[in-house]
Every structure is written in structure tokens, then in C-alpha cells.
Design a protein. Structure first.
Length: 451
């Protein structure tokens, strides 16, 4: 399977990582990327400025041997800090072992590391080259050089589309081959803002946490950056009484933040200006019934299965795609078998994380505030202490375990949610829990996990 040239579309997170892995397998690899080279030009690397990196993403970066260069970019976040409307803060740990943390990482910083490693591995990087269309009948793609408008035709042979949620390659594939595929856009959008460092250059809130201001129908979150700032993201409906549609003037934006997020709004001097200047991002879920066309083409990452950002897993899942594919290149007999197997085997997991991401939106913006939610979180950790091989909180399975597929996390998570509901039906604190019943329910319903 080695030797054949491979063309990748998109040098984002998945494209650049897969380029490294393929080049190591002695494939000549070239990547066409629409944007300029972000290592030399100051550009936004795409959607969010920083991201939560977790176990699945870390394993992929380790496989590519780039973790030494990534580590200085990371800020550990062992839990979330909830901010109530009065400004009180409550820390809720994500896990219970020292290694159970997620990390805030700069998207452009991570992308730079991956591009450097790809180049060092021999990958040819072609920037400002946009895929315009792909023709599955004559097996050619048309690309345009964004700097001079010159177009070129490239054969569609061993092409992997890593061109993100709005993938041009996916849209051509779906429309020309009649592949069932849905793009469900959320009725909520997002806006990124900056909470600058304080006068002493330090973070103005605890940097070792993901901050959340849950307000029911909407929420604000903040992830720390290494320069002392936070990237603050507002998730809000497009339309309605409290929505982006009503926040159209500086005084309205200031009043909105003063009412709902006074502790953070007061620390953002450019709030209204940024709010009105920055784009409102769209979020959605892409579900396609097929990602490959024989040995010629495969979609990976967001191009194949974009999800909403509420579990902080889109990038982690896209990087895990590369690990899965790399393994299949070892185990499958040939290239097209590897692609076909990836296409079939990975979908239950990507469907599962898409579902969990949507469920997490409700949790983050609303249920996280409820005392019952907090009791169930504490009970989950207690049950994990008592039955570590059987009861692992769903959040931990998704974020801290790279050996438990998303589909297993979803199905076991459903059973665990029922157990938690049962055990907390009449409980106000952990002291009220009937642990004999917990043992009975857990042993009966949850088979041991691999240790
Ligand atoms: C607000 C928000 C917050 C998020 N937070 C997290 C988080 O905390 N943790 C997490 O794991 N995930 C998060 N995600 C998801 C994450 O951003 C994506 O899942 C991840 O970027 C997918 O990687 P990718 O390489 O598949 O696509 P992308 O990162 O989108 O890369 C696609 C690349 O293709 C290029 N491209 C696009 N079109 C063309 C074309 N026609 N021709 C050539 N090149 C093209 C683009 O310029 C880009 O470089 C978040 C997403 C959003 C919107």
C-alpha cells in the first residue's frame, strides 16, 4: 500500500496530521489549502481561536510524534467553573484522577506545529489553492490559485477531503453520486470575543478551568490562552426576544452583558465593538451515509461528520479519524479496503458523538445549574470509585478514555443515566444513596470494561 501519491484537500487539523502519517508510510503527499500559510501570515485559522484538547486528540498527536512541540501550548483545565448571575463561582471537577484534565490549546498554534511536522516529513504544502469543484464522472478536480486566479485541473486519484464542515468535495460527491447526506444547522449561533489579560498581564479569572455562564436558553463560555487572555464565546439563538437579532447596537450589547454576565462584561473594554465587528458563526451536524468513492476518494474530519462544539470533541474526533485510518492501512489488505472499512466502521462512533454533543448543549447552558445535576455528577464519581471497571462517567469515557469508542460511551451512558435517576430519586445528598441497590443495578446492567 505504500508508494502511491495521495492528494489531501485542506491543511487544517485533520489534513495536516493525516499528511504526516501518510508521508511516514512512504506516500508522496501534497496538500492543497485555501488559506495562506498561517505560519507566515497573521490570519484566523478557521473557526474557534482555542479548543479543548482531550485524550483522543492527544493520542493522535502522540502517534505523529508532535506532543513535545504541542505541550508548551497547553493550559490544563481540570474542571469547569460556573458563574451565576450574582458573580458567585462554583468549581466542578471533570474527573477524579490527576491525569483527568482537558487542555485549552490555540488552534493556530496547534496548526503551525502540525504544518511544520508535515513539511519535515516531506509533505508538499500548496497554500491559497482552493478546491472549486470535483467531477466524479471524469475524475478530475478544479482548483483555483487565490493569489492570481489561475485554475488547474488535478486528477482525482487517492484524494482525501479534509476541507472542513463546508467541504466542497463532500458537496460534489453528494450531489453527483446521489449520496444521502444531511446538514442540520442549529438555530443558535456563536460569537467570539476577547477577555484581555489584566494590568499585570495575568488572567483575570482562574486559568485552570473552562468557565461557563449558563443562563438557560443561552450561555457564555471562556477558555484561557497562554498570553493571559481568555477567548469568550457567546452561544445564543439567532432570532427571538433574547437573540443575536436584537443585539444590533453598542448600548444593547452592553446592557445585555450587564444584565446577564456582569462579572465578565465589566472586564471587556472592547466588548460592544468586537461584538458588532466579529462574525456570528454557524453550527450544525453533518450526517452522510457514505464517505468514500472506491479507492479514489475519502472524506474525514468535519468534511465527513461535522458536529456541534458542545462536547469539545470535533477536533478530537477528526484527529481520531486519522488514527483509525492509519491502523486500517496496517490491517486492511489494500487501500480501497482500508477506505471502505473506515467508511463502514467509524460511522456508529461519529453518529454517537454528534448526539452527545447536542445533548451537552442543554447540559452546559441549563441543567448544569440544577442541584440534582450536581448530585448526580458527584454520585457518578463516587460510583466510579466503588466500581472502577464498570461505572465510568460518560464525560470521562468521552474525554479521558481513548480506548472506549464513542458509541459505547453513548450506550453505557444511557444505562448509567437511568441508574443515576433511580438512585437519586429520593436523595438530596450522597449520604442518602442506597449503595446496595447501586451494586445490584450496576453489576446487572454494566459489563466490566477493559482495564
Ligand atoms: C465555536 C467552536 C468551538 C469548537 N471547540 C472545539 C473544542 O473545544 N474541541 C474540539 O475538539 N473541537 C472543537 N470544535 C470543532 C473543531 O473546530 C473541528 O471539529 C475541527 O476543526 C475539524 O478539523 P478538520 O481538519 O476536519 O477541519 P478544519 O479544521 O475546518 O480544517 C479544514 C481546512 O480545509 C481548508 N479548506 C476549506 N475549504 C477548502 C477548499 N475548498 N479548498 C482547499 N482548502 C479548503 C480550510 O481552510 C481549513 O484549513 C469547535 C468548533 C467550533 C465552531
Amino acid at each position: 500500500m505504500t508508494g502511491d501519491s495521495v492528494t489531501l484537500i485542506g491543511a487544517g487539523l485533520a489534513g495536516s496530521l493525516l499528511g504526516i502519517l501518510l508521508a511516514r508510510r512512504s506516500h508522496p503527499v501534497r496538500i492543497f489549502e485555501r488559506l495562506p500559510d498561517l505560519r507566515h501570515e497573521q490570519i484566523s485559522a478557521g473557526r474557534s481561536i482555542n479548543l479543548a484538547l482531550a485524550a483522543r486528540g492527544i493520542r493522535a498527536l502522540e502517534l505523529a510524534n508532535v506532543m513535545d512541540a504541542v505541550r508548551p501550548l497547553l493550559i490544563p483545565m481540570p474542571g469547569r467553573i460556573l458563574h451565576d448571575p450574582e458573580g458567585h463561582q462554583t468549581f466542578i471537577p471533570y474527573g477524579q484522577r490527576p491525569e483527568e484534565v482537558i487542555y485549552s490549546v490555540s488552534r493556530p498554534g496547534l496548526n503551525r506545529v502540525l504544518l511544520d511536522a508535515a513539511e519535515a516529513a516531506g509533505v508538499e504544502l500548496h497554500f491559497r489553492q482552493s478546491l472549486l469543484t470535483a467531477n466524479f464522472a471524469d475524475r478530475h478536480m478544479a482548483l483555483i490559485d487565490e493569489s492570481n486566479g489561475i485554475q488547474q485541473r488535478v486528477p482525482m486519484r487517492k484524494v482525501i477531503g479534509a476541507d472542513g464542515a463546508g467541504s466542497v468535495l463532500r458537496r460534489a460527491f453528494v450531489s453527483q453520486l446521489g449520496i444521502p447526506c444531511s446538514e442540520d444547522l442549529l438555530e443558535h449561533g456563536y460569537k467570539e470575543l476577547t477577555l484581555p489579560a489584566g494590568p499585570d498581564g495575568r488572567h483575570q479569572f482562574d486559568p485552570n478551568a473552562l468557565h461557563i455562564w449558563p443562563r438557560g436558553g443561552f450561555m457564555l463560555i471562556a477558555l484561557p490562552n497562554t498570553d493571559g487572555s481568555f477567548t469568550v464565546t457567546l452561544f445564543l439563538a439567532y432570532q427571538g426576544e433574547i437573540s443575536f437579532a436584537t443585539l444590533t447596537a453598542p448600548d444593547r450589547v452592553d446592557a445585555f452583558f450587564a444584565q446577564y454576565f456582569p462579572d465578565v462584561g465589566a472586564l471587556m473594554p472592547s466588548l460592544a465593538q468586537e461584538f458588532l465587528e466579529h462574525p456570528t458563526g454557524v453550527m450544525g451536524t453533518v450526517r452522510c451515509s457514505q464517505w468514500s468513492a472506491g479507492a479514489d476518494m475519502l472524506l474525514i474530519g468535519d468534511a465527513a461528520h461535522a458536529i456541534t462544539p458542545f462536547h469539545g470533541q470535533g477536533m478530537n474526533c477528526a484527529l481520531e479519524d486519522c488514527v483509525t485510518l492509519d491502523r486500517l492501512f496496517d490491517s486492511a489488505g489494500n487501500w480501497s479496503e482500508a477506505l471502505a472499512h473506515f467508511d463502514r466502521a467509524r460511522r456508529p462512533d461519529t453518529d454517537a458523538i454528534a448526539t452527545m454533543a447536542i445533548e451537552n448543549y442543554l447540559e452546559m447552558r441549563d441543567t448544569v445549574r440544577a442541584p440534582r445535576f450536581q448530585l448526580q455528577k458527584a454520585l457518578s464519581l463516587e460510583l466510579e470509585r466503588r466500581y472502577p471497571d464498570r461505572f465510568v462517567p460518560r464525560y470521562s469515557m468521552v474525554m479521558f478514555r481513548d480506548d472506549i469508542p464513542y458509541s459505547v460511551a453513548l450506550s453505557r451512558g444511557r444505562i448509567q443515566a437511568e441508574i443515576l435517576d433511580d438512585l437519586t430519586a429520593d436523595a438530596a445528598t450522597l449520604a442518602d444513596i442506597d449503595y446496595a441497590r447501586a451494586t445490584e443495578l450496576i453489576v446487572r446492567q454494566l459489563a466490566p470494561l477493559p482495564v
